[in-house]
Design a protein around this ligand. Structure first.
Ligand code: FAD
Length: 512
């Protein structure tokens, strides 16, 4: 085993950089000797960006977003500089310069600079036009929505719809403007999108599709309206864009590295121009392009961790099942598999029931579910997801998959702690099953934060939170805390009781 003595500078401290640091800690050995400096432009501890919309919808608080601290290892010196932006890299002298005047020598640089939102709005002034990308955006939107009345969301993809619903929940008048012919056109067929549109209308959201241009108008420095390319004019106090992202590449480009959409990297995640420069997450462009999603970024972080530790590449990991679920109250939308591309040889059966507020479609091939779209049909969605994930054999007539089985219990078996099989996946984002949660609980992880620190469950899309809470309650009943022989002392990774907090900073204070 080789001994590592490298100085690594990580630029960016978002979700993918946080995963890299944690994975390095988990994979480190007694031979590991690393000096890691992290420069993060945001002043906050790393937090779960995916749940910002949930904060806006009032379903979680900012404190709940803070990610667990990385696993610490003796051979690693970790220096985290928050609120510090890397501004220049001298590849000849091997130095990274930061905006606070600090200079950081390196052997390896990791770009984890993420992406910035696209704002496709014609406007002569920035006032009232913004996006939801980071925690400060979220705070400002929360403050703004307390006194504003009319808001326009630009972008009718998954995140735009979630955002529109969240803002509507806060009592605002919401218009949702989308360039495509129908909503969520990357995932949904047109008839399913019509049902989504109807449901949004019932929630009081005004939907406009096929809009090529959105132009903001200001009166005396205040946003007053938007004019859409179909001639509609909407009174608006705020425009929030949710129309995709652009990888942050300027620093890498200025350092002379090849950049297309993202920072170009090979299979080893290093720049072809300089093997000492790696890029992961939203800023990186691999052979698969720039997906702008968390799962590929985490997979890259795990691989790069091993490479920085001088360990062999793990066997290629099978691609995670593609499951997209919309997080909004009153709207059930789920897609599994690749739903936008034709699948030659596969058979597609659909049930479209706009009056009943549902539209279900399943694609089968070789006796298995390979893709599905479910709108307004949560039970069918749960069954199809299970069938897709476990590749179960399906009925000869696939149409039988489109209505809930008469025997289906109100609570899916997979959500019931007692009947859930040990190997049932609880956190799909992190591959955590029921047994791993039970083991963590038995080892002393008694609350959500501790479970997250130990297993990583709940740190992705957050969709498994309720199931994890159910498992914790169930385990507490079977094994009450006061029966513990020894409770592990607080280890800084959230194993203690964290009082209510409303910001990551307070959460940090609380966990000290
Ligand atoms: C509201 C919302 C919902 C989302 N929902 C989903 C979802 O359901 N599923 C999914 O897969 N993905 C989702 N995403 C996308 C997901 O959040 C990103 O794919 C993921 O956060 C990428 O992580 P990253 O670390 O690469 O980049 P980021 O999280 O963008 O972090 C990059 C960090 O680098 C910092 N930085 C940039 N330049 C510098 C510099 N020069 N010096 C120092 N620091 C710098 C930035 O300030 C930032 O903190 C969502 C995103 C948002 C905003």
């Amino acid at each position: 085993m080789s001994t590592c003595t490298q100085r690594i500078v990580v630029i960016g401290h978002g979700m993918v950089a946080a995963r890299l640091l944690d994975q390095i800690g988990r994979d480190a050995t007694e031979h590991t000797q690393l000096g890691i400096t992290v420069l993060g432009a945001e002043p906050h501890r790393p937090y779960n960006r995916l749940l910002l919309g949930e904060v806006l919808a009032g379903r979680t608080d900012l404190g709940g977003l803070t990610l667990p601290d990385p696993t610490i290892h003796d051979g690693i010196t970790l220096r985290v500089c928050r609120g510090v932006t890397a501004v220049r890299i001298d590849r000849t002298a091997r130095l990274v310069y930061a905006d606070d005047g600090s200079v950081h020598p390196y052997d390896r640089v990791v770009f984890a600079t993420g992406a910035e939102p696209r704002i496709p709005v014609n406007t002569s002034q920035p006032q009232g036009v913004r996006a939801l990308r980071d925690l400060d955006d979220c705070r400002e939107l929360l403050a703004a929505t307390a006194h504003l009345r009319h808001v326009t969301v630009v972008g009718g993809g998954l995140l735009g719809i979630e955002l529109a619903c969240a803002l509507r929940t806060r009592g605002l008048e919401v218009a949702l403007v989308h360039r495509g012919e129908h909503l969520m056109d990357r995932q949904l067929p047109a008839d399913a999108a019509t049902v989504v549109r109807d449901q949004l209308s019932q929630l009081g959201i005004h939907v406009h599709t096929g809009i090529e241009d959105t132009t903001a108008h200001h009166e005396q420095d205040r946003l007053s309206s938007v004019l859409l390319s179909d001639g509609t004019e909407h009174r608006t106090d705020l425009v929030v864009a949710s129309a995709g992202v652009q990888p942050r590449t300027a620093l890498a480009a200025e350092a002379g590295l090849p950049v297309r959409d993202g920072i170009v990297v090979g299979d080893d995640l290093c720049s072809p121009a300089d093997p000492s420069m790696a890029a992961i997450g939203d800023c990186a462009e691999t052979a698969d392009g720039c997906p702008g999603l968390l799962a590929p970024g985490w997979e890259q972080a795990d691989r790069l961790a091993r490479s920085l530790l001088g360990q062999p590449d793990p066997p290629a990991r099978q691609a995670d099942p593609m499951i997209v679920k919309l997080k909004a109250v009153g709207l059930d939308v789920l897609t599994v598999g690749e739903t936008s591309l034709p699948m030659p040889g596969a058979r597609t059966v659909s049930l479209h029931d706009p009056q009943g507020g549902r539209s279900v479609q399943v694609t089968v091939d070789g006796g298995r579910v390979v893709a599905a779209v479910c709108v307004g049909a949560p039970k069918v969605a749960a069954e199809l997801t299970l069938s897709y994930e476990r590749a179960t054999v399906i009925p000869v007539d696939p149409a039988l998959l489109l209505v809930p089985a008469a025997t289906t219990a109100a609570v899916p078996i997979s959500d019931n702690p007692t009947t859930m099989p040990s190997a049932a996946t609880v956190c799909r984002c992190n591959g955590v099953d029921k047994k791993m949660i039970i083991d963590a609980h038995l080892a002393g992880a008694r609350d959500l934060a501790a479970i997250a620190a130990r297993t990583r469950a709940t740190t992705g899309c957050g969709g498994c939170r309720e199931v994890v809470c159910g498992l914790l309650e169930w385990m507490d009943q079977a094994n009450p805390p006061d029966r513990d022989v020894a409770q592990p002392k607080h280890d800084g990774n959230g194993t203690g009781n964290t009082p209510f907090v409303d910001s990551p900073e307070q959460a940090q204070e609380a966990s000290r």
